[in-house]
Design a protein around this ligand. Structure first.
Ligand code: PTJ
Length: 244
């Protein structure tokens, strides 16, 4: 990672980018992952680069759903692995639920490197996809899942997802929690719970919340309200604080 001055006003954003470019160099993140991050950054900028109340409520509801699930699985792609490996490992350990590597851009080599990277950062239960287990209604590489993981899961946490898999998982009767800075995306709209926030801010908050019993919060949660509130912030030019 090149040296980023401590005083740089965009330090956090530049450090986050550097995690992804390092991820590409290590063979964890795909080149396409850099473009996907750029799209996320643009939405984050318009949302003021902060965690809003609608995201906090979604995080509470996500924590409650993960705690109450019978077989929850945390799905990991090349971006999530590069940005929050330690938090993903800690979440899996606290919940006692496995991580499962699941990639859009097929690569056995990247799957193995992501597994290794997660192990180094403290994860212990890491599943890999298996061509014998397939999610129906899905054409991409993401259809291949693990028989002990996503295949039998009732709740799947899929940060930075693509719309096709989210829709296919919902169609199959599973519940989906996602993190997506774009409240207009197909994933955001199809998911059971959408955390409209940057994964680098949302994951530490979620980790904190799963330590408390939160079942009651799930009852009042309304995902369409979350998306309406996030979209309103995006469209309200007065609320934007433009920074460099
Ligand atoms: O590692 P792979 O092969 O599984 O590929 C992973 C990517 C992310 C490249 C793949 O899933 C993809 O192409 O995703 P999309 O369809 O571009 O969607 C990614 C979504 O995540 C977009 O809606 C972005 O706005 C959003 N996003 C990007 N970076 C962040 C984010 N949301 C939250 N936090 C971020 N840091």
């Amino acid at each position: 990672m090149s040296e980023i001055p401590l005083s740089h006003p965009r330090r956090i954003s530049l450090e986050t980018r550097a995690k992804l470019t390092d991820g590409v160099r290590q063979g964890i993140t795909s080149f396409d992952g850099l473009i996907a991050h750029g799209r996320g950054e643009a939405f984050d900028y318009l949302l003021g680069e902060k965690t809003h109340g609608f995201a906090e409520r979604a995080i509470d509801a996500a924590a409650a759903l993960l705690i109450s699930a019978k077989h929850a699985v945390i799905s990991v792609n090349g971006n999530a692995a590069a940005l929050v490996p330690r938090e993903l490992g800690a979440l899996s350990e606290i919940l006692g639920k496995p991580l499962e590597v699941n990639l859009f851009h097929a690569s056995r080599d990247r799957e193995l490197k992501i597994r290794e990277h997660l192990l180094v950062h403290g994860a212990r239960q890491i599943l890999l996809p298996d061509e014998d287990f397939v999610i129906t209604g899905l054409a991409s590489n993401r259809r291949f899942v693990n028989g002990q993981g996503i295949y039998r899961a009732d709740v799947i946490f899929v940060p930075l997802e693509d719309g096709d898999r989210c829709e296919a998982l919902i169609q199959s009767g599973r519940k989906v929690i996602t993190i997506d800075l774009n409240p207009l995306s197909r994933t955001a709209r199809a998911a059971t719970i959408t955390i409209v926030d940057n994964i680098v801010r949302a994951l530490p908050l979620l980790l904190d919340r799963v330590k408390a019993p939160l079942e009651d919060l799930l009852k009042d949660y309304d995902n369409s309200r979350t998306l309406r509130e996030a979209e309103a912030v995006l469209r309200d030019r007065k609320s934007m604080e433009f920074k460099l």
